[in-house]
Design a protein around this ligand. Structure first.
Ligand code: SF4
Ligand code: SF4
Length: 964
């Protein structure tokens, strides 16, 4: 990937830096890596290995070729007893899910475990909050396959210092020279180390050279890709703890917390976390548990966790600590105990929210990872924290602190606006002062996160006489300085040349007409409504953390990243994309094809906007990019066809006898694929000969009720033209509960299919038409109920981005999704419970747009009211259909792959049928499982005895295949 746009996507990571690489490659296997390295060696091109790009020190940034192993090299090669062999792109959480099946796990647990790769962990010698008990990654690596800077591959472990005869010549040379170097400098290696054992700065040369062997994995782990590249590793695993407990202690001051830390360490905890006042007050402002558990008088808190072989032992340790610290010494002013693993997880969740909560403060200064990795001997922690406060005051900065108290590791995040030159100029003096203070106290400038660009400038000062040994080691392995140059040793930009990631937008996207300020909102040059400066604010809010590369539940984002694992598909890339576009002086850049190609990797599921710690509104940014492309180039045929789905549906319904037959016909489907790009593999829903709106007219539902509970039903396309039984069930269930239903005539599709393709003008027209119908009803007190979650989301959310009129707000405020409405009735005791038993086992998939609506999903609770009906909640992944995305030929297989975790659950034999509120999800469920899937309201209508014909529907065979 050598185009400007792809290079831009690899120019940042989770650090505060930005360096434009020459290009990027995503090797498929170890041979690919070797080939790339040989080529780079031949042409003297620097190489930078990269995993998930979640490092905080800029260790995976550089001006050479980025080698991204996270995309394809993701195999867990073998699990043997207490060892596992992995490729570097395996994500830690994925590995631990696999290992959990045999009661084991990989011990180091960095906070980014949901996204970071094993390759990144090896490169940075990762640890985590439980470093106190489990230490660093290097302790758990027994062998690794590597590619040397020359491009030769080798399988290395504890190597004889006199290499065997079959040892490759280059490796033999490295082993001999390294052994000699380490032997000559044994004393310096032993003595020139910080006074804290929790250190990962520079090359860790301890325990590497033994009388007869050189432990190469120990040397290479933590070398940040500067000595060799990993292509596979054999790791030792540990048993999952038999019991866990936790204690949360609140203190009125730091001194008592530090005293308590010393007492806690004596009990053998796995982690001791110190939360500062700022973190606590943020937690209290956003979390009911925090309010309950941490009194307002608490200035700082300790979260202490115990792991033991048995639950009783973990419980005993926690209780002993409470007795000692809280009851006997009276150091703490509050104490909470979690006696088992589930309760400990609940307390630990508070700690895990600390950082995301900081990022919610995304206006202006951000908490920056710049001096966040220092470690001091724990006995110096008190004075260190006091003096850091003095430094911050001198520089007129504030910061938040998250401290591993027992190990003396302090994550300081100063609040700085990188785009304010006066503030960003303070970063270097801050780093210089804190690094100096740390080294004066015998500490380390990097205890967990990596050396990278952020800390290399101080490595020589930390190690003094040992630093030349680092330089000599580097030249043994990499004489031409091609492997991640400028990290750990060598010259790194520093001072005013630090490559900070600043965002200074140049001329923006093309100006439209109608850019005047209206009601405080400015259209700027964009097609959707944005408050003034909001686009820039959204883009700046993305801190590059990479949290959106998560691949496992409970997170949902991002379905397309989970299929391709490509950086371009991650939400982070889309924010980077817009940043690059707005930094570009070309006003037409937003409408370019390559921008559209990345924007098309967003299916508007809206999960990242909900789950991203900074709540960056990536889907709206991508809609804007698609809109710009549409305005300049129009729509391609498949998109044009799908954006007008209501017209085709109306036509299909009118001509249903013919169209339905054609949909079953292979040749007709082939033509549909050729002409409109709709996959011929996809079984398309049949059309109803009579639309629901016609039925509603006939039944008098389109006459406005005069009194009683006032509900207007917004039907949307699928329930209108394809499956009116859903609409009939909706009306039946509401009426059964005493609610008179009005079906307003003149309603159209919600417009999402057009909007999702970037056809903003059509979407806006549909929005205006619907608002004309719905706004007066909303003002008259009607609730607007939608059986289609996407319609509810469009009415409550997207219309506000399209229509600058109070009618959009009033409709948004009065609109509610059907199951949420029924749940409200249940909570008010107004939902009838006269259900007949249904002997069914239903797998209910939670659609993304139900989650995006922001209320607790209600369908499971409603379905569980039906006697004998068993509900299995399936909350594994997006269904993959993503509206009309899965209909397209080019997306068909990707769509099924994106929905695979959900489909695997649904296929379990104990589940008979499926349920989901979203019509696209149901289509995918039937396609991928062969099981009938209905809207929850259909089960309710059946159980109320209102629509017995639904039982026949459940028996009807599905004419579709199952995919594995
Ligand atoms: S989009 Fe959100 S989760 Fe993704 S990198 Fe940016 S801030 Fe992090
Ligand atoms: S909205 Fe969904 S598809 Fe789009 S980037 Fe976010 S998570 Fe991915």
């Amino acid at each position: 990937m050598f185009d400007e746009l792809s290079r831009g996507l690899y120019s940042t990571d989770a650090s505060i830096f930005e360096v434009m690489p020459l290009g990027a490659v995503a090797p498929v296997d170890a041979d690919d890596v070797a080939a790339v390295v040989r080529c780079c060696a031949e042409h003297k091109v620097p190489m930078i290995a990269r995993g998930a790009g979640t490092g905080l020190a800029g260790e995976s940034l550089g001006g050479g070729l980025i080698i991204d192993t996270s995309r394809h090299m993701r195999r867990i090669v073998a699990v043997n007893g207490d060892e596992v062999r992995v490729e570097p792109g395996v994500v830690l959480q994925t590995l631990n899910f696999e290992l959990a099946k045999i009661g084991r796990r990989f011990a180091p647990d960095p906070a980014s475990g949901g996204t970071c790769t094993l390759g990144g962990m090896l490169a940075s010698n990762a640890s985590g909050a439980r470093c106190l008990k489990h230490g660093y990654t290097r302790k758990y690596v027994s062998r690794c396959r590597i590619v040397l800077g020359s491009g030769e591959s080798a399988d290395v472990g504890r190597e004889p210092i006199v290499p065997r005869g079959d040892c490759p010549p280059r490796l033999s040379e490295i082993i001999r020279s390294t052994s000699a170097l380490l032997r000559q400098n044994e004393r310096a290696i032993r003595t020139m180390r910080p006074a804290t054992p929790y250190n990962r700065c520079g090359y860790d040369l301890n325990d590497v050279l033994h009388p007869d062997v050189l432990d190469l994995p120990r040397l290479l782990v933590g070398s940040e890709g500067t000595l060799a590249l990993f292509t596979e590793a054999t790791l030792k695993t540990i048993p999952v703890a038999g019991g866990r407990s936790a204690v949360l202690l609140g203190f009125s001051g730091l001194e008592s917390a530090l005293k308590a830390t010393r007492l806690a360490v004596a009990e053998g905890p796995s982690a001791v976390e110190l939360l500062d006042r700022r973190v606590i007050s943020l937690l209290r402002s956003s979390d009911a548990d925090a309010v309950r558990l941490i009194p307002t008088s608490v200035e700082c808190a300790l979260l202490i966790e115990f792991e033991a072989d048995r639950p009783s032992e973990a419980r005993r340790q926690a209780q002993a600590l409470i007795r000692q610290v809280h009851e006997k010494e009276r150091l703490s002013i509050s104490a909470q105990i979690a006696n088992d693993a589930a309760a400990a997880d609940r307390l630990w969740r508070l700690r895990n929210q600390a950082l995301p909560n900081l990022y919610k403060l995304n206006d202006g200064p951000q908490p920056l990872a710049v001096v966040e990795d220092v470690g001091v001997p724990p006995e110096h922690l008190g004075p260190f924290l006091t003096r850091v406060q003095e430094i911050l005051q001198r520089l007129e900065l504030t910061a938040s602190f998250l401290t591993h108290a027992a190990t003396g590791q302090v994550h300081i995040r100063p609040f700085v606006d990188l785009n304010d030159p006066e503030q960003s100029a303070k970063l270097w003096p801050l780093a210089e002062s804190i690094s100096t203070l740390t080294l004066d106290l015998g500490g380390t400038i990097s205890s967990q996160h990596g050396t990278g660009i952020a800390r290399t400038p101080w490595v020589s000062r930390q190690y003094g006489a040992l630093y030349p040994v680092f330089v000599a080691l580097k030249s043994i392995f990499d004489p031409h300085d091609l492997l991640n140059p400028g990290k750990i040793v060598g010259s790194t930009p520093n001072g005013t040349a630090w490559p900070l990631r600043t965002t200074h937008f140049q001329q923006h996207v093309p100006q439209n007409e109608g850019t005047a300020e209206q009601n405080g909102a400015t259209r700027q040059s964009l097609q959707m409504l944005w408050p003034a400066g909001e686009v820039e604010r959204q883009i700046r809010a993305c801190n590059g953390c990479g949290h959106c590369r998560v691949e496992s539940p409970p997170a949902r984002m991002c379905p397309l990243f989970r299929v391709s694992h490509s950086e371009a598909a991650a939400p982070r890339a889309k924010s980077n994309l817009l940043r690059a576009v707005l930094n570009n002086a070309d006003p037409k850049r937003l409408a370019a094809d390559d921008v559209r190609a990345v924007a098309d990797l967003c299916v508007n599921c809206k999960m990242c906007a909900t789950e991203c710690p900074a709540h960056v509104n990536i889907p709206k940014l991508m809609l804007e990019a698609k809109a710009a492309h549409h305005r300049e180039h129009g729509l391609e045929r498949a998109d044009w066809f799908l954006s007008r789905i209501e017209l085709w549906a109306a036509f299909g319904s009118r001509m249903s006898p013919i169209v339905n037959r054609l949909l079953e016909d292979r040749a007709a489907r082939w033509v549909l694929e050729r002409v409109f790009g709709i996959s011929r593999h996809r079984r398309l829903p049949r059309f109803s000969p009579r639309s629901f709106l016609r039925t509603a007219r006939r039944r008098g539902l389109t006459r406005k009720p005069s009194g009683g509970e006032r509900v207007a039903y917004f039907v949307d396309v699928f329930a209108n033209y394809n499956d009116p039984q859903i609409a009939e069930a909706t009306v039946a269930v509401l009426e059964h509960n005493g609610i008179e239903v009005y079906v307003p005539p003149g309603q159209w599709s919600c417009g999402m299919p057009s909007l999702a393709m970037g056809d903003v003008d059509t979407a806006r027209e549909l929005a205006q038409a619907n608002l004309r119908v719905l706004a007066d009803l909303a003002r008259d007190g009607f609730r607007i109920v939608c059986s289609e979650p996407t319609a509810a989301l469009t009415l409550t959310n997207d219309y506000l981005d399209l229509i600058d009129d109070p009618s959009a707000r009033v409709v948004a405020d009065r609109t509610i999704e059907l199951t949420a409405f029924l749940e409200e009735l249940r909570e008010q005791g107004r939902l009838k419970s006269d259900f007949d038993p249904l002997n069914l086992s239903v797998g209910w998939h939670v659609p993304c747009h139900i989650k995006a609506l922001g209320r607790p999903p209600a369908a499971a609770r409603l379905l569980s009211l039906i006697p004998e009906l068993e509900v299995h909640r399936i909350d594994e992944s997006c269904s993959g259909m993503a509206g009309t995305f899965g209909l397209k030929r080019r997306n068909y297989w990707a769509s099924l792959e994106a929905g695979r975790p959900m489909l695997e659950e649904l296929r379990r034999p104990q589940i008979l049928v499926g349920a989901a509120e979203c019509s696209a999800c149901r289509m995918q469920m039937e396609e991928g499982s062969g099981k009938r899937a209905l809207h929850p309201v259909q089960y309710l209508a059946l159980a109320y005895g209102l629509m017995p014909q639904i039982a026949d529907r459940l028996q009807e065979p599905l004419n579709c295949r199952q995919y594995s």
